[in-house]
Write a protein that binds this ligand. Structure first.
Ligand code: NOJ
Length: 496
């Protein structure tokens, strides 16, 4: 399946967290066979592409973002042959496949680290004051007294991107997966890799959050853009729409826009949208800022509400009705939308996992855990939800949220996602085209997306009149046809 080089511009991409998505061999860990078996489900959902979080050989200390072999599949996820079979089936169904690439660090189980090739990592006689994103110092001492840098877990040593062998290795890894047919890459910590000359102390600004820093000496350095200028010609040489999307936690849409362009990457995740509080003003502000920057770089932006690192948006936004309204808003914005597996079932964050079962390395270092959004998906409503001893327990209350329970229920969240993606395909202007804001009350967002299609989201506390004949609503309308609080609609309306 090739052609349409610009497919990613308005694509709906579904993130598969392989460990939690579907278990093909019954060992309690999701795998590539599981993904392959669910391609029919994904096709019916209507996604254009899947992005697979890492499935490479790994000790899974950080869920696979600690890679020991970038050119192989961890036995818990399957084999390269399973990958090949999965991608062939996906392409046959018209679903593109994006894989993760993790270039900021390897696992400490990677042969380079195990064999002591220290020049490929960042070793020093003395640590500086940098802290790990997962909490605690970013340096660990080895037997001979030297220290190595790890912006994340000690089992994730940072690579030295000044070393030509590191650069060559990653160009080669890109080609390895491109030759296997992947349609693109999601670049992990894409704002990392290059550190400021001399590794200066951070000083008073010591504790650093992921979002909002272009001033720290280890993120968003100018030199990182050189790497992407080396990578882009590799992607372009395939001449058939291979793309890359950056995970870059930077301080503003303007900084983010620097990663995107014809000589760098195709897209970057718009985390400002994910982090925006639920409400008319905060969403409007971030939409305006994002669209302005997209215009500057001449490429559409991305929209994302949930992923494997943040609490699910059902919980963050305050309930399912709000999450569905926010989702419908996202799906009507120009650009591409990234969905996170399980959001189509309306899964909430699991808040009460027993501490001893939590596996996120950040939990051990800082007490903050991302396990609650990584609980395996409930496929059936009984019999262990389709899992034999899943790696994290599935809440016993999730029966009604299972795929099986929602199948055939026209009011279900699953039916809502399917209908929304289908309509989005039928109205290409929903993902492309202009957005024109319409006058609306304070707690309501309303805009026109194509001649005749109006989007309205009611964030207020009282119902508002529908702008026209409703094509899709994120929840039930009032008896008089008006739009209740926490509800979004797409309506056909006169050209106005
Ligand atoms: C970002 C990934 O999304 C996250 O899950 C991981 O822990 C860090 N990068 C480190 O690779």
């Amino acid at each position: 399946m090739r052609g349409n080089d610009d497919w990613w511009r308005d694509a709906v991409v579904y993130q598969v967290y392989p460990r939690s998505f579907a278990d093909g061999n019954g060992d309690g860990t999701g795998d590539l066979i599981g993904v392959r078996e669910r391609l029919g489900y994904l096709s019916e959902l209507g996604v254009d592409a899947i992005w697979l979080s890492p499935f490479y050989t790994s000790p899974l200390n950080d869920g696979g973002y600690d890679v020991a072999d970038y050119r192989d599949v961890d036995p818990r996820f399957g084999t390269l042959a399973d990958f090949d079979a999965m991608i062939a089936d996906a392409h046959a169904r018209g679903i593109r496949v994006i894989v993760d690439i993790v270039p900021n660090h390897t696992s400490s189980e990677h042969p380079w680290f195990r064999e002591g090739l220290r020049d490929r990592y960042i070793f020093r006689d003395q640590p500086n004051d940098w802290e790990s994103i997962f909490g605690g110092p970013a340096w660990t001492q080895v037997e001979d007294g030297q220290w190595y840098l790890h912006l994340f877990d000690p089992t994730q040593p940072d690579l030295n991107w000044d070393h030509p062998a590191v650069r060559e290795e990653f160009r080669d890894i890109l080609r390895f997966w491109l030759d296997r047919g992947v349609d693109g890459f999601r670049i992990d910590v894409a704002h990392g890799m290059v550190k400021a000359e001399g590794l200066p102390d951070v000083g008073d600004d010591l504790h650093v959050e992921m979002l909002g820093h272009d001033s720290v000496p280890y993120f968003d350095q100018d030199g990182v853009h050189e790497i992407y200028r080396e990578w882009r010609p590799i992607l372009d040489s395939y001449q058939d729409g291979r793309m890359a999307v950056a995970e870059a936690w930077v301080s503003s849409p303007a900084r983010l826009a620097r990663y995107v362009g014809p000589d760098e990457l195709h897209q970057a995740f718009n985390f400002e949208f994910m982090m925006a509080a639920y409400g008319a003003k905060s969403f409007r502000d971030v939409i305006d800022k994002s669209l302005a920057e997209a215009e500057l770089v001449g490429a559409p932006t991305t929209w994302v509400l949930s992923n494997h690192d943040k609490p699910r948006h059902v919980t963050r936004h305050g309930g399912l009705a709000r999450a569905r309204a926010a989702t419908q808003l996202m799906l009507s914005l120009p650009g591409s939308a990234y969905l996170y597996n399980g959001e189509e079932l309306g899964l909430p964050e699991v808040l009460d996992l027993p501490d001893e079962l939590r596996q996120d390395p950040a939990f051990l270092r800082s007490g903050e855990s991302r396990d609650g959004c990584r609980v395996p998906l409930p496929w059936t409503s009984s019999d262990g939800f389709g899992w034999r001893s899943p790696w994290l327990p599935i809440p016993s209350t999730w029966g009604p949220l299972s795929r099986e329970a929602q199948e055939g229920d026209p009011g279900s969240t699953l039916a809502f996602y399917r209908a929304a993606l289908k309509l989005r395909k039928e109205h290409p202007a929903l993902g492309g085209g202009e957005l024109t804001w319409l006058d609306s009350p304070k707690d309501v967002l309303a805009f026109r997306r194509e001649p005749g299609l109006v989007v309205l989201v009611n964030f207020g506390e009282t119902p508002v009149a529908s702008p026209g004949e409703v094509l899709l609503a994120s929840g039930p309308l009032a008896a008089d046809g008006s739009v209740p609080p926490d509800t979004a609609v797409w309506a056909s309306a006169g050209e106005g």
